[in-house]
Each structure stands twice: as C-alpha cells, then as structure tokens.
Design a protein around this ligand. Structure first.
Ligand SMILES: [Zn+2]
Length: 248
C-alpha cells in the first residue's frame, strides 16, 4: 500500500483538534483526541485539564495511542514505525511529557514497535510492557536491553492473559486469549481494556477475526466506550460479532 505523504498530513492537521467525544461521568471526565497535530501547545494542554484523555496520534502507517490522566501520568500504547518516530516524539514533547509510566507494545511488527527505541531514548519510561509469549525474542529482547541501558531502575514487565495493572486512578486488564498461535503475530497481539471510572477503552493491536472470536469465547468483559479499531480498521478484523460485543 502506498504510504501517505506525511508532511502534507501534518499540514492538514495543523491547528486542528478533533475532539471526537467528551464524556462526563460523575467527576471522572474523559476526552478523546483523534489525529491531532498542533503548534498551539497551550491550547491543547488547556483542553486536557482535569480530564483522562486518549490521544490517537497520526504516525503515518502505524499505531500510537497515548493515554494521559489528570495527574500528569502517561501511558503509550504502541509507538508507530521508526521512520515516523520524530512526529511522535515531537507530539509528546509538545505536551511536556518527560516520564511515561507504561510503554505497551501490542506485538512485534515494525509499525507498532519501530518507534519504541526512540521513545525510550527520549523519555523516562518506567515500565515497558510486553506480551510474555514473545519473551526473549527479537525485537523484544532489544527493547528490554535499550531500556536497561537508559535507566537501570526501569522494568520490563512480561504481561499474561488476565493480568491486571493500575495506571493512576485507571486500571487495565490483559484480555488476549490463552495459547495464541505465535506464527501469526497479529493474532498474538496484546489486547487490553482500560477502565477509568465508568468509561472503558479497548485496544486489540492487529488482532484479526480469529483472535476476536477467541476473545469473545474467553468470557472477558469487552463492552467499551472507545474502541481503537483492530488492525488499523482492516476488513480482516472488526467482525460484526466482535463490534456487537464491544458496542463502542
Ligand atoms: Zn499494524
């Protein structure tokens, strides 16, 4: 597939903030930003004040989503490819990010992990969260090594199905099915459901229809307010049955 002309995309999105939804639940306010790029950092920061935000960042043909909580904690899910990491890093620096509590890599494809090395070099990543099924395999061993070199107090966390983690006042659970087919990296994605108050966000990496069926069968809670469409919105993912279960 032809890669899009990235600088043009940036120009088009400049000064444009697409706030897809602002949802208020009691005192737990949430906002979603899609493909934003702005030089007006103050405006962006102002619109984030007091909110738990999901930023779906335009990194060309790849995936990167930043979750930010009202207390200034950050979690990055995937880091796009290495070619476009400069845009991701600029976006994070514009927000004033210095520390990233969790850097989650859903699966070992370049368009998800390629920018991770530059993220680790530019920010203080506290925890690198990888799917334990890929333990000691490239590129995960390299990322763990780069992280250790950068900060020996950082930790590589090997996540497994059903594991739960805390991120500020939010929680997230790994909902990947047991015994994935490791010859198919997409269907071996780390899937996570993040819950902040009554609002849930679902990330399934590049999971295809087989993995989606397995997630339905596994009985995990899938219903989510915001769903980052699987495999970049591919027709080989996002089955009707799965979308009905998630009902975003
Ligand atoms: Zn992908």
């Amino acid at each position: 597939m032809q890669k899009k002309n990235y600088p043009d995309t940036l120009m088009r999105n400049r000064f444009v903030i697409a706030a897809a939804a602002i949802v208020l639940f009691a005192a737990m306010a949430v906002s979603v930003f899609v493909n934003i790029y702005t030089d007006n950092t103050n405006e962006l920061k102002e619109s984030m004040r007091g909110l738990f935000c999901a930023h779906f960042i335009d990194v060309g043909q790849g995936n990167a989503c930043l979750l930010s909580d009202p207390d200034g904690k950050y979690m990055l899910i995937d880091a796009g490819d290495s070619e476009n990491s400069v845009y991701l890093i600029k976006y994070l620096k514009n927000l004033g990010v210095e520390k990233i509590e969790y850097l989650v890599i859903t699966h070992p494809h370049e368009d998800h992990y390629g920018g991770a090395r530059d993220v680790i070099r530019n920010f203080d990543v506290e925890k690198l969260l990888l799917y334990k099924e890929f333990k000691d395999t490239y590129p995960y061993d390299t990322l763990a090594y780069v992280l250790r070199e950068r900060n020996e107090n950082s930790a590589t966390v090997l996540a497994g199905c059903g594991d739960n983690y805390t991120f500020g006042k939010a929680e997230f659970e790994i909902i990947s099915p047991e015994n994935p087919d490791l010859t198919n990296y997409n269907d071996s994605s780390l899937a996570l459901r993040v819950k902040y108050g009554d609002t849930a966000f679902l990330f399934t990496g590049d999971a295809g229809k087989n993995m989606e069926s397995a997630m339905i069968k596994s009985g995990y809670e899938l219903k989510s307010d915001v769903f980052c469409a699987g495999h970049h919105g591919s027709s080989s993912s996002n089955s009707l049955k799965f979308l009905q279960a998630v009902n975003p």
